[in-house]
Design a protein around this ligand. Structure first.
Ligand SMILES: Cc1ncc(COP(=O)(O)O)c(C=O)c1O
Length: 450
């Protein structure tokens, strides 16, 4: 088939995820091959994948070890569902492995096919937990503004970004929203040095007003994702939230779908603060992108509410915990441990941070930068001191993104927030290559706009 026909078919027959028609018809790209941190399109153009394929491809593309492990499993037994008392060997092995690497008492897992389903499961688990305990009025779910928790209706209802919510209103009842904890965009206009964690205080007040006896769970991403550019929480915030949830018998759900699996320099981001949730959701990088898998983990104590006779968690899906996906996850975790990649992600993260710091000093339009490990974002601002953004009409972020794409580098941006979230296997030279091209883009903007 001719390339032009393939591109035409892509536009005609596919409803794409998150694409406005105008940008889609401009130039569809058909990817055909991946090798390490690079991808190739159908015309043979090479691209640097600096967003690790939506923060999934942590070990790079074309990893033969993972591909071979999947092939061997599919030849032996491709699939049998995990329904009732039936399991496959990789499923049991992966559950055991996760019990070993997850923090605290998070030992038991429920397997699904995506991050959204993992969060959906977490919400259902929390609600049924209190239902099983006879606390049927304890059903409300608290989430935070500006956080993303998935594409299913339960996930959208917990998502605090209007773009994802508005067309689907009215959303699920029983959700309440607390402020974000983004110090660079503080909803109260305060600064960390004297805010006394107003965001946490407001969250606590909201629960007080609703009545803690009505709130089942609080879902949050310890570091929110690329949509808001990885705002690391202020000191003491997560610890305070943990204490508050424990005191009020509210289950704390950490969505680590984006931040989990080695990227921040720990298995899970929450370990940086020694804060352990009651429920942890994992997805994306757990299989290094070789197959889809989502996991919802909790503690044996919470699960004991479902273990009594006559009770069961009323959730399930056909393919959740597919044998081939579990093998992909087991191999991914094995490679991360064998090659010391958690430590490496921390080291490469320190290098990226240093380079971003240098760019911050050099270019006044670099408003701020934040992140951890291999998850970083840089925000471009018209005036750093007053935190004044550029006129959106200037499309500063989009112009840098297009500049990079044209030069063979995939760059994710959300308006003027540029995201740098490569595979954890990138070399220093490759990290410099990413930042070098972004720097060229910044110079281009400064020349054109000033
Ligand atoms: C923090 C977070 N939660 C949930 C999800 C949803 O995961 P999925 O797209 O695999 O359903 C995402 C995906 O981007 C995410 O970043």
């Amino acid at each position: 088939m001719k390339t032009s026909k393939i591109k035409k078919d892509a536009i005609e027959y596919i409803i794409p995820h998150w694409a406005d028609y105008k940008s889609l018809i401009k130039e569809p790209k058909i990817f055909v091959k991946g090798e390490g941190v690079y991808l190739y399109d159908i015309e043979g153009k090479k691209y640097f994948d600096t967003f690790s394929s939506l923060v999934t491809s942590i070990l790079g593309h074309g990893n033969k070890e993972i591909a071979d492990a999947i092939y061997a499993q599919v030849r032996e037994l491709e699939f049998f569902p995990n329904i009732g008392d039936t399991f496959t060997l990789p499923l049991v092995q992966l559950a055991n492995k996760l019990a070993g690497i997850a923090p605290g008492e998070l030992k038991v897992s429920f397997f699904v096919n995506s991050g959204s389903e993992a969060n959906e499961t977490a919400i259902k688990l929390a609600r049924q937990y209190f239902w099983e305990k006879g606390q049927k009025s304890k059903y409300k779910i608290m989430a935070r503004r500006y956080s993303y928790h998935g594409t299913t209706l339960g996930g959208v209802s917990a998502t605090g970004l209007p773009y994802f919510r508005t067309p689907f209103e009215p959303l699920m009842p029983g959700y309440i929203f607390a402020p974000s904890a983004n110090c660079l965009r503080c909803e109260f206009g305060l600064e960390p040095k004297n805010c006394k964690l107003m965001c946490a205080k407001t969250l606590e007040n909201l629960v007080g007003w609703e009545g803690p006896e009505t709130v089942a769970a609080l879902i949050m991403d310890p570091i929110p994702g690329s949509n808001t550019g990885y705002p690391v929480p202020p000191d003491g915030y997560l610890e305070r939230i943990r204490k508050f949830c424990t005191k009020n018998d509210i289950l704390l759900i950490f969505d680590e779908i984006q931040t989990g699996i080695a990227k921040t320099g720990k298995w899970f981001a929450c370990e940086h603060w020694n804060v352990v949730p009651d429920i942890l959701t994992i997805g994306k990088a757990i299989t290094a992108a070789y197959l889809p898998l989502g996991v919802t983990m909790t503690t044996p104590e919470i699960y004991s509410a479902f273990r009594k006779s006559g009770s069961e968690f009323r959730s399930g899906s056909t393919f959740g915990g597919h044998a081939a996906s579990c093998v992909a996850a087991l191999k991914t975790l094995e490679i991360i441990e064998r090659d010391n990649l958690i430590e490496y992600a921390g080291k490469i993260g320190a290098h990226i941070k240093k380079r971003l710091g240098e760019m911050y000093k050099k270019y006044p339009i670099v408003g701020n930068y934040r992140g951890m490990g291999t998850l970083w974002a840089m925000e471009l601002l018209k005036d750093r001191k007053t935190r004044t953004p550029f006129d959106p009409k200037l499309k500063v972020g989009n112009r840098i993104r297009d500049f990079c794409w044209e030069r063979g580098m995939i760059l994710r941006n959300n308006a003027d927030i540029l995201v740098i979230a490569p595979s954890i296997i990138i070399t220093r030279e490759q990290a410099d290559e990413i930042l070098g091209l972004i720097e060229e883009g910044i110079k281009m903007i400064m020349k054109e706009s000033m």
